[in-house]
Design a protein around this ligand. Structure first.
Ligand code: KG4
Ligand code: ZN
Length: 386
C-alpha cells in the first residue's frame, strides 16, 4: 500500500510517500526557518502563507522522487490536529483536493501520534508503550495500547520543551530554532556550573505534568543578576586556536559557529558589560541538564505507575538532543527498551503521517470531506492536572 502523508501543522511543509508503513519512497520537506528566524519563533500568519506558496511544489517533488504515478497512491493522509490552525487548513484542504481528484480515501492523523510513529519506521516495537513527545508545541506522555487506543497521562502546564529551548535562545539573541543552538553551546559548557531548579519534581504534588516556564525564568533572573559585569571568553578561545588539538575535532561549520558566538560574547562584554564569571556555554549546558533530568524523573515515575509497560518511545523535535537521549537511555540499564526515531525523522515530516495512516487504512478508518482541522485536542489543554 502506498500512502501519501501531508504535514503542515507548524513551519515545515512536508509530503512523503511510504509503502506499507515502513518503506519511505520519498520524503520532501520545505522548512520555513529562514522566514521565521528574525522573529526568534514561528509567526502563524507567515507560516500559513508559506505553506500555501510551496505545497504544490513539495507534492510534485514527492511524487517525482517516489517513482510512482499519482494514480498508484492508495490513500491520502494528512495531519489535521493539533497545530497552528492556519497552517493545518492548507494541508487539510490540499489533501481533500487530492482525495477528490484521485478518488482515494482521506485519512486524518493526530500530529502527536504521528511523532510516536516516527520511531516505528525503522524499529520493530511491541505494544504497550509509553511515548514521551517533546516538540516545539507539545510535551506529553502518552500511554498506548495500540495505534487506536491511547491516553495522555501527563502534559505540560505551560511551555513545551522545545519552546523553552527556543525562548532561552531568543533571550540570549542566539537564533531560531533554539534547541540545536543550545545543544551546541552545551557541548563546550560545564553542565554542573549552575543548578537550575528541576521543574515540578515533587511527584506527589504535581503528578506526571511538566512545567518549563520556571526554569526559563530562573535562567533569565540568573542572567539579570549579573547584568553589570562582563563575560570572560578566554577559556573558550582554545576552541579557536588552530594549534590546539581540540580544533581538529571541529568541522568548519562548527568552528564558524563557535567563532561567531565568542565574537558576540566579546561584543556584549564591551557593550553590555556582562559578568566575568558567567558564560553562556555553562548556562546552556546547565539548562539543558535540568530539562533532561526533569524528563527522566517524570518518565521513570510514569513507568513505576504503569509497571506492566517495559517499552518507551521518545519522539518529537527535541528528541534529536543527545544529552536528553543519553539521559533517558539510562532507563535501558534498568530493564526498559528505549526507542528513538532516526535523527532525520525527529522534526516534523510527512513520512510519520503516511506511516501511521497505513494502520488506519487497514482498519478502513477514513475521513470524509467534512474533515476539519483543530488547533488543540481537548485532553491536551493547558492547566489541568491529572
Ligand atoms: O517536532 P518539531 O519539529 O515541531 C513541533 O511539532 O513543534 O519540533 C521543533 C522543536 C523546536 O522547538 C526546536 O528548538 C526543537 O524541536 N529542537 C531541539 C533540537 N532540535 C530541535 N531541541 C533540543 N535539542 C535539539 N537538538
Ligand atoms: Zn511536531
Amino acid at each position: 500500500m502506498n500512502i501519501l502523508g501531508i504535514e503542515s501543522s507548524c513551519d515545515d511543509t512536508s509530503i512523503s510517500i511510504v509503502k506499507d508503513g515502513k518503506e519511505i519512497l520519498s520524503n520532501v520537506t520545505f522548512s520555513q526557518i529562514k522566514k521565521h528566524e528574525k522573529y526568534f519563533g514561528v509567526v502563524p500568519e507567515i507560516a500559513s502563507r508559506e505553506h500555501l506558496k510551496i505545497i504544490d511544489f513539495v507534492f510534485n517533488e514527492a511524487i517525482k522522487s517516489s517513482g510512482l504515478k499519482p494514480s498508484e497512491l492508495d490513500a491520502i493522509a494528512v495531519t489535521s490536529y493539533p497545530g497552528l490552525i492556519g497552517s493545518l487548513i492548507i494541508g487539510v484542504n490540499f489533501a481533500k483536493g487530492l482525495s477528490i481528484c484521485l478518488n482515494k480515501p482521506l485519512i486524518s492523523v493526530n500530529h502527536l501520534l504521528a511523532h510516536v510513529y516516527s520511531a516505528f519506521i525503522n524499529n520493530n516495537i511491541k505494544f504497550p508503550i509509553l511515548a514521551l513527545i517533546i516538540s516545539g508545541g507539545h510535551t506529553a506522555i502518552i500511554k498506548m495500547e495500540n495505534f487506536f487506543n491511547f491516553e495522555i497521562i501527563g502534559k505540560t502546564i505551560d511551555d513545551a520543551t522545545g519552546e523553552a529551548f527556543d525562548k532561552i535562545s531568543k533571550y540570549f539573541e542566539l537564533g531560531y530554532p533554539g534547541g540545536p543552538i543550545i545543544e551546541k553551546l552545551s557541548k563546550i559548557g560545564n553542565e554542573n556550573a549552575y543548578s537550575f531548579p528541576i521543574p515540578l519534581n515533587n511527584l506527589k504534588k504535581y503528578g506526571l505534568n511538566f512545567s518549563f516556564s520556571g526554569i526559563k525564568t530562573a535562567v533569565m533572573y540568573h542572567r539579570k543578576k549579573f547584568r553589570n559585569r562582563y563575560i570572560n571568553t578566554d577559556k573558550y578561545k582554545i576552541f579557536l586556536n588552530p594549534k590546539n588539538e581540540v580544533e581538529s575535532i571541529l568541522n568548519q561549520k562548527d568552528y564558524n559557529f563557535y567563532k561567531n558566538i565568542i565574537k558576540k560574547q566579546e561584543y556584549l562584554k564591551n557593550i553590555k558589560k556582562l559578568d566575568e564569571n558567567e558564560n553562556l556555554f555553562d548556562i546552556a549546558a546547565s539548562f539543558q541538564k535540568a530539562i533532561a533530568d526533569s524528563l527522566y524523573i517524570k518518565l521513570k515515575f510514569a513507568l513505576q505507575i504503569n509497571h506492566f509497560i517495559k517499552t518507551i518511545i521518545i519522539a518529537g523535535g527535541v528528541s534529536a538532543n543527545n544529552k536528553i537521549r543519553n539521559t533517558i537511555l539510562n532507563l535501558s540499564k534498568i530493564g526498559y527498551d528505549v526507542f528513538f526515531p532516526p535523527l532525520e525523522l525527529c522534526m516534523d515530516n510527512g513520512a510519520m503521517v503516511a506511516g501511521i495512516a497505513y494502520h488506519y487504512y487497514q482498519q478502513k478508518i477514513y475521513s470524509d470531506l467534512n474533515l476539519n482541522p483543530y488547533s488543540r485536542i481537548s485532553s491536551l489543554k493547558r492547566g489541568s492536572m491529572i
